[in-house]
Design a protein around this ligand. Structure first.
Ligand code: SF4
Ligand code: SF4
Length: 442
């Protein structure tokens, strides 16, 4: 179905033509684009997608927005590999997010689509209490063995999309764990820095241990860690899916939560969230009240590996005599240009052997909720990643993003590999606490 464009498109007047015009159509980004490599279509390449945006939003020669247009725009992983490759500095991620927001403001979406997006993006993700309740119920569901029962009965196959989502569900940690996180964690020894910590929404529910490990590692390095309760979801999933107004509201809430804390830095351990938090200054650049505050906030944001590599990090003493390979989360490498720091941090661990991964800079196919919205393509992209991971014969794959951790775990299970996937900060935490690998799961 096409959208009748007798009226100008809502939101198209603020589309950033200056950034769009930076594209010289050279095509150097094409070989780095995972969807172009898989599908071989110009319309599934960065250059093709930029053309589609231009043709839909230019007031003088707008072509109708239709489902086919949206298919190409939504098939993009938003991995931003094209940004790294682009010699003209095209901000593809920003343009893509704007394009999706314009589509969502104008597209006649089905009632069920509106119901689900409203529920997830507006009712659940921004609401900590609801999120807590949902994950506590999920934990109970797993704890009572209902998951085993549901999987055994084959009911999931009958549940379609919902059944697929269940199979992607990781093991939920005990809800008690997240309540052990304190508002203020004091530094071990002398206080060298005062830092804020973003605990995240899904990250705090599923990877609570990683959050606690991050705080311990910071404290070990002389940081007083402030984790304000008023903070909320960063809005990354909203931005990637065209729900820009909610993302802006969440950004303001986070800026307010950290504003008066007098911090040296604000730390995040999730690459996807980090890229969005560093770009609040772009999201709120025309907001008369928040533009300056957003700039200040974004400039303080650091990925945990980036921060540790910047300060005089105290090297851990505990040994981890394991072969470790590092996979780069797209939003850390392409979104934040953080490449050497995670490797540098891992190399401080005694006994750890770091093995380079071929195509570590390529997306694993997780890309936020891409493995739910584009399951087949996501699996095809993962397959290529898993071939290279298997080649390393590593014991551990380290990666610093929740989506990548889950996606690679899925690949490891599927291929029956004898490997673990872990956040780099978890390894670091074990090394500081001298917990030997044989004791990790005890
Ligand atoms: S963001 Fe990734 S998938 Fe999308 S066009 Fe760029 S390289 Fe391709
Ligand atoms: S986005 Fe950059 S690399 Fe790709 S075609 Fe345009 S100018 Fe060339």
């Amino acid at each position: 179905m096409s959208i009748q464009q007798t009226q100008p498109l809502i939101g198209a007047d603020t589309f950033n033509w200056k950034k769009w015009d930076a594209c010289t159509h050279c095509g150097l980004c094409l070989p780095t684009c995972p969807t172009y490599r898989e599908l071989g279509l110009e319309t599934d390449s960065p250059r093709g997608r930029l053309y589609l945006m231009g043709s839909a939003f230019k007031p003088q020669d707008a072509t109708p927005l239709n489902e086919e247009w949206a298919e190409y725009i939504y098939r993009c992983l938003d991995c931003r590999a094209c940004e790294t490759a682009c010699p003209s500095g095209v901000h593809f991620g920003e343009l893509l997010e704007e394009a999706r927001a314009i589509y969502e403001l104008n597209a006649p979406r089905s009632i069920s689509y509106q119901f689900w997006t409203n529920l997830v993006f507006k009712q659940i993700l921004p609401n900590k209490e609801r999120l807590d309740l949902i994950f506590e119920l999920m934990w109970l569901y797993q704890k009572l063995g209902l998951r085993w029962l549901v999987q055994k009965t084959g009911i999931l196959k009958l549940m379609g999309q919902l059944g697929q989502m269940e199979s992607l569900l990781p093991k939920i940690p005990s809800p008690r764990l997240k309540y052990t996180m304190r508002d203020i964690t004091h530094a071990e020894g002398k206080t060298r820095y005062r830092v804020g910590f973003i605990s995240g929404c899904i990250m705090n529910q599923v990877f609570t241990e990683t959050n606690l490990a991050t705080i311990r590692v910071l404290a070990e390095n002389g940081c007083e860690v402030i984790t304000p309760r008023k903070q909320t979801c960063c809005g990354a999933l909203h931005l990637h899916n065209g729900v820009r107004d909610v993302a802006a509201t969440l950004a303001k809430q986070n800026i307010d939560a950290f504003e008066n804390e007098n911090l040296d830095a604000i730390i995040i351990n999730s690459a996807g969230c980090g890229a969005t938090l560093k770009e609040y200054e772009v999201l709120l650049e025309s907001d008369p009240v928040y533009a300056e505050k957003a700039k200040h906030f974004s400039h303080k944001m650091r990925d945990i590996s980036e921060f540790l590599a910047e300060i005089e990090m105290i090297p851990p003493k505990g040994e981890i005599p394991r072969r470790v390979t590092y996979d780069e989360p797209c939003h850390l490498l392409h979104g934040q240009r953080v490449k050497s720091q995670p490797r540098k941090v891992l190399q401080t661990i005694p006994g750890l052997e770091l093995i380079e991964l071929t195509e570590s800079e390529w997306c694993c196919g997780s890309a936020g909720i891409y493995n739910i919205t584009q399951p087949e393509l996501s699996q095809e992209i993962l397959e290529r990643k898993m071939i290279h991971i298997a080649e390393t014969e590593a014991d551990i794959v380290a990666t610093g993003n929740p989506g990548c951790l889950l996606q690679i775990q899925l690949g490891i299970q599927k291929h029956g590999l004898n490997m673990k996937v872990m956040h780099p900060v978890t390894l670091l935490d074990y090394a500081y606490r001298s917990v030997a690998p044989d004791d990790w799961e005890k």
